[in-house]
Write a protein that binds this ligand. Structure first.
Ligand code: ADP
Ligand code: PRP
Ligand code: MG
Length: 221
């Protein structure tokens, strides 16, 4: 396997499997880059492309900003939800790619009177993967919350009495409906951003700039 020694010609892109990988493929194609292995069937975590100088790292969605921040990847694609939790340190965020669109919302069980609980100043137990976003949202509303950090399947928490509410991303609302939950507050719109390591942007600008521009043109279509 070739090494990862710093090389101004080499570009490393960090992506997560699933919707971000799939929605980024047409943008890469617009920049003339084709990923030549499928992460859904390959066990490889470093995927080749048609350009010997461009490789793709497959990492968890929440880890994409970390790889880019530390320069293990030069650039990546991450949701605004993930970037807000990470904090964005060391990252340049040149474009909203308008992919993986959804919204961050508060949801409760059907039958739970959220508005009254809030009006009466009740202390709410809120389960979420997005503790920083949830903390900021409820602080702004002046609602006292006990945050319970989860890593997935948030919808389960109110059903089994772990929490009164959840903060999670919602798209069609199908997952909430399937679990007898209702959306009671939209916090913000979410989409995925191109993120670039700040040092790489300076050192590899000649290689990165045309890709950033191709992504920008393709994401506007
Ligand atoms: P994870 O394994 O972390 O859940 P996903 O691929 O599901 O990774 O999510 C990646 C990003 O896609 C999230 O950070 C969010 O911005 C967005 N996203 C999550 N769920 C949805 C959805 N149902 N519809 C559209 N976008 C979504
Ligand atoms: C996401 C999110 C919600 C669901 C919302 O889950 O965590 O559960 O999508 O989408 P909907 O409103 O269209 O139902 P995802 O599909 O990413 O599954 P996972 O993160 O649990 O693997
Ligand atoms: Mg998901």
């Amino acid at each position: 396997m070739s090494s990862f020694q710093a090389d101004s010609q080499q570009l490393i892109l960090a992506l997560s499997k699933g919707r971000i990988f799939e929605d980024t493929m047409p943008l890469l194609e617009a920049a003339g880059i084709t990923v030549t292995e499928n992460p859904e069937t390959s066990r490889k975590l470093i995927l080749p492309t048609n350009d010997p100088n461009v490789r793709v790292l497959i990492v968890r969605a929440t880890d994409v900003p970390t790889y880019v921040q530390h320069g293990a990847a030069d650039f990546g694609v991450a949701g605004k939800d993930v970037l807000l939790e990470h904090g964005g340190e060391g990252l340049y965020q040149p474009i909203d790619l308008r992919i993986a669109e959804c919204r961050m919302s508060v949801a409760v069980r059907n039958g739970f009177d959220y508005e009254t609980a809030v009006r009466q100043g009740a202390r709410l137990r809120v389960a979420t993967k997005f503790v920083e976003t949830a903390r900021a949202h409820f602080a702004k509303k002046g609602v006292h919350v006990d945050l319970i950090k989860l890593y997935g399947s948030m919808e389960l928490a109110p059903l089994v009495g772990l929490s009164d509410a959840i903060v999670d991303v919602v798209s069609t609302g199908g997952t909430l409906r399937a679990n007898d939950l209702k959306e009671v507050e939209a916090i913000m719109d979410i989409s995925s951003r191109l993120i670039v390591n700040q040092a790489a942007l300076k050192m590899k600008r000649e290689r990165l700039q045309p890709i950033i521009e191709a992504f920008e043109r393709a994401s506007k279509k």
